[in-house]
Design a protein around this ligand. Structure first.
Ligand code: 5GP
Length: 127
């Protein structure tokens, strides 16, 4: 069946400059900005500029250049935030949500980078 991308999603509008964002980092193929409802002292969303719904879509269909750019951008953002354990930072968690079970709200691939406090258990079991 494959993916169909909704170009009216909120991150597509941010990419087109139709709504503002608090930009943290930008590269040729990627953009990072702070989450509007932060769940930690650092809560950054990193998105590819291409029209990909979620991670497996990106992994299957993005070009090598886009994948390298996106991966490097994440590393650059961790360095910028000062959270990289390799440089004495306290660490971070990255979360990709996808689809209904993943509770993905915005259908444009994004990784959450959460840092600045202990992020807590990996998964909270629904009651
Ligand atoms: P998801 O549940 O899809 O993984 O996460 C979507 C994230 O996008 C949420 O954490 C939400 O707070 C964030 N978000 C939703 N609308 C906006 C917006 O207009 N601007 C920014 N910066 N973040 C948004």
């Amino acid at each position: 069946m494959g993916y169909s991308y909704d170009d009216q999603n909120i991150f597509a509008k941010i990419l087109r400059g139709e709504i503002p964002c608090n930009k943290v980092h930008e590269t040729e193929h990627s953009l990072a900005f702070t989450d509007i409802a932060p769940k930690a002292p650092h809560h950054v969303l990193v998105i590819p500029k291409g029209a990909y719904v979620c991670y497996d879509h990106f992994a299957q269909e993005a070009s090598d250049a886009e994948i390298v750019d996106y991966t490097r951008a994440v590393g650059e953002i961790c360095a910028k935030l000062g959270v990289s354990p390799g440089d004495g930072g306290a660490g971070y968690r990255m979360i990709y949500n996808a689809g209904d079970d993943g509770l993905q709200e915005v259908p444009h691939l994004h990784v959450h980078i959460l840092a600045g406090r202990n992020i807590g258990p990996l998964v909270v079991t629904p009651t």
